[in-house]
Design a protein around this ligand. Sequence first.
Ligand code: SF4
Ligand code: SF4
Length: 438
Amino acid sequence: MAHMTSETPAPLTLHGLSVEGVNQCVHCGLCLASCPTFAELGTEMDSPRGRIFLIKSLAEARIGLSDSTVQHLSLCLDCRACETVCPAGVPYGRLIEAAKAEIERQRPGGPLRRAFRWVNFDLLLRHPRMLRLAGAGLRFYQASGLQTLVRKSGLVRVLPGTLPAWESLLPPLPAAAARAPLAAFTPAEGARRGRVAMLTGCVQSVVFGAHNRATARVLAKNGWDVSAPTGQGCCGALNAHGGDHRRAVEMARRTIEAFEGERVEAVIVNTSGCGAHMKGYGVLLADDPAWAERARRFSAGVRDVAEFLATAPLRGPLAPVPLTVTYHDPCHVVHGQKIRSAPRALLAQIPGLRVVDLPESDWCCGSAGIYNLTQPEMAGRLLQRKVRHVLGTGAAAVVTANPGCILQIQQGLRAAGSPVAVLHIVEILDRLYGHDSA
Ligand code: SF4
Ligand code: SF4
């Protein structure tokens, strides 16, 4: 057992979180070519290696949080493409989350920004009822014609802070029936394979309830009883990515509590950021003796929906889906969870479907949680790059697996005047069984 001596350096931390992983970096630079911000800017401090240097220097108190350090770190997408190619296993995602938490502590911003974060992180994400209420309000804003009026009158441009960007990215809110919570239980069809539980998500359940229903139907068609525990809420991924570590821990504990009474084969997640984050609860709560083992056990049972379904052939009969599509890898599926072949294996089973390769399919589209709101310029550059590649494929639809990517790519294609559709993979799978949620 190692003993701390006067020569033993103190563990490197930021905001109380370990950033010891910075010492694994051997400065080889193999990650540089995979980093979208380095590709766009070409500056070392906007590369993974440069940011690791900054995080190490901060943790060793050799530098302070200057404006330029904040800017280089904030420009990071947390896409984790650098982790995928790093031969030294640097846990980059954990490092940048610690750095972002430290930035939030030292630079909370003015009253408007703090109020905005409180509304989102404390009020809406922590209280599903409040989120549903906000969903109803936004639906009224859009369906009543108020949104058109605000946009046409130019009123939107005089809104303070990042509100104009938020407004322009508002997804169309579905009618009340589609915003209703997923049924607590969906029974398996045909020969029963077992039981799974589903994360229904926070924003996901209000904006993309159709994806949740499609997920439950496809799982049921494949022999799985699907439960949707009623006590669940937000998993805390948006808080963790936004530097709100304290709330992220609280929400992780609440999520574990909501699911651990379920006797299921797996906890199924259809939103990539949530899946990657929940698989990391074991690390997030590792230093908490009361929760470490519960978190580790919970994380071991989390599965992305495509990862789970691809473990067995899809059950027939399968209706043909005559469409040419291309697949965009969400960062937190391909880099955060290392799932690359499963979605493609599922698409390959669909009769009539033609899949064409998307260049740079595993490059971030610029959505990255709330990055498209906090860093609109870089997000816009990456979106244009993605749209250019999508249009070059000639596909009629982009298939992906994350609500943020769907909204971002939809917005880019709309701006380019393109009719190309953007679909969640469960929507395509649902069509195999006669449902079209579009
Ligand atoms: S690939 Fe890994 S070890 Fe090499 S510079 Fe990048 S983070 Fe460091
Ligand atoms: S997480 Fe993405 S944007 Fe950030 S350093 Fe790594 S590759 Fe670059």
